[in-house]
Write a protein that binds this ligand. Structure first.
Ligand code: DC
Length: 217
């Protein structure tokens, strides 16, 4: 049972690919972005400022966060849809930039990853969370392709936003994710770089699965 990590910027198709790859291999899927999003959602609800690191760390330590049947929950409440709301998008990179927040989540993520049989997706999965994972991937795509995916996702949720706005917010988030001092988005050592622009999910999953099978998955 291998440990597989998938990193990359927003909209590169990571979560869909990670979920399907996990299903194909019979592995568990761990969506680390959902954890940062759940904290951001809690901060919005409780009026905690996204710049207040001690308050966020305290909030996180009280967070009853679980995954059940692939959906994230805060206590008894399923928040899998709500964590994708634009209000969460806007602050999640700020929330995720705090070293104390990252430290606490990385520890939880390592515990959840256990001994293997897991596909972990995020920004620092292959660099910080599981640097000695057997299979590491870095998915990218052009900003236009990524904004287009995210835009469709928002439309399917009934949210009407312009593609220009989505592209601008995405570029801002990328910059924050790449520039932060801890857990910055970068290509992990030994990772396979995959540009998903113009590729279907099926094609990407097949490519990754072959790579993992050669390595014993
Ligand atoms: O993958 P996503 O869009 O759900 O991620 C949401 C935010 O969380 C994004 O701004 C980057 C941040 N994130 C992070 O800093 N570290 C991770 N391991 C996963 C996500």
């Amino acid at each position: 049972m291998l440990r597989i990590t998938i990193d990359g910027p927003a909209g590169a198709g990571k979560s869909t690919v990670a979920r399907e790859l996990a299903q194909l291999l019979g592995y568990t899927y761990l969506d680390t972005g959902a954890m940062y999003r759940a904290l951001a959602l809690s901060a919005l609800r409780e009026g905690v400022d996204s710049g207040d690191e001690p308050a966020l760390a305290a909030l996180l330590s009280r967070l009853d966060l679980r995954f059940e049947r692939g959906r994230i929950r805060l206590g008894d409440e399923d928040v899998a849809d709500e964590i994708r709301a634009p209000a969460v998008d806007r602050i999640v990179s700020l929330v995720a930039a705090h070293p104390r927040v990252r430290e606490a989540f990385v520890a939880r993520q390592r515990a959840l990853a256990g001994d293997g049989g897991v596909v972990v997706d995020g920004r620092d999965a292959g660099t910080v969370v599981l640097p000695d994972a057997e299979c590491k991937f870095f998915l990218t795509a052009s900003l236009d392709a990524r904004a287009d995916r995210r835009h469709r996702e928002l439309l399917s949720q009934g949210l009407r936003v312009s593609i220009d706005e989505v592209r601008r917010e995405m570029a801002e988030r990328d910059a924050l994710d790449e520039m932060r001092s801890v857990g910055a988005l970068r290509v992990p050592e030994g990772a396979l770089l995959v540009d998903t622009t113009g590729l279907s999910v099926v094609e990407v999953v097949r490519h990754l699965a072959e790579y993992c099978r050669v390595r014993g998955a």
